[in-house]
Write a protein that binds this ligand. Structure first.
Ligand code: ADP
Length: 150
């Protein structure tokens, strides 16, 4: 194909991609999950942060590696405590919906300085059901895919 600067194909491709086209599986824990189990899950699932759901399965919070490091440092009993004490909680979670453009997710991650976003659908009761996750790694993969196409 033609080069990016002349054709603008890469930019067209980027603008046409939606969250649902590129989202990854969400890694979800419960509010009652211990800090110890959350750390184990980070390693087993090879992710940098976890999504926390409430008893009904709706979005409740997000917990990152730095949240866990900060909480654990100098706190001997941290590992048995629930992640609900550590997580960033609603209504402060930045999320995206499946029909949004991936560039919206990129803007949100840069603007809010976070590495990942839960992908949610909003239920009739206004609560958010977690259906996926999108990360800076997702964005890097998209970049490579588009480079390979042109
Ligand atoms: P890390 O803390 O490992 O660098 P992040 O940059 O993603 O990872 O997280 C920075 C802070 O923002 C953490 O306190 C985390 O709980 C919070 N955070 C992460 N993702 C989100 C999000 N989607 N919405 C709101 N807060 C978030």
């Amino acid at each position: 194909g033609t080069e990016m600067a002349s054709g603008g194909q890469a930019s067209q491709r980027l603008n046409g991609l939606k969250i649902k086209d590129v989202q990854a599986m969400p890694v979800i824990v419960r509010e009652t999950t211990s800090v110890h189990d959350a750390v184990v899950t980070l390693f087993l699932e090879n992710v940098g942060s976890l999504i926390v759901a409430d008893d009904d399965g709706y979005l409740s919070g997000v917990i990152s590696r730095k949240d866990l490091l900060k909480f654990t440092l100098g706190n001997p009993s941290a590992s048995t405590m629930p992640v609900s004490l550590v997580m960033t909680r609603q209504p402060n979670i930045i999320y995206v919906q499946p029909e949004e453009a991936i560039l919206d997710a990129a803007r949100k991650m840069i603007h809010h300085q976070v590495d990942s976003l839960p992908v949610v659908t909003v239920a009739k009761n206004g609560k958010q059901e977690v259906v996926g996750r999108i990360t800076k790694t997702t964005m890097t993969k998209v970049l490579l895919d588009i480079a390979a196409e042109s």
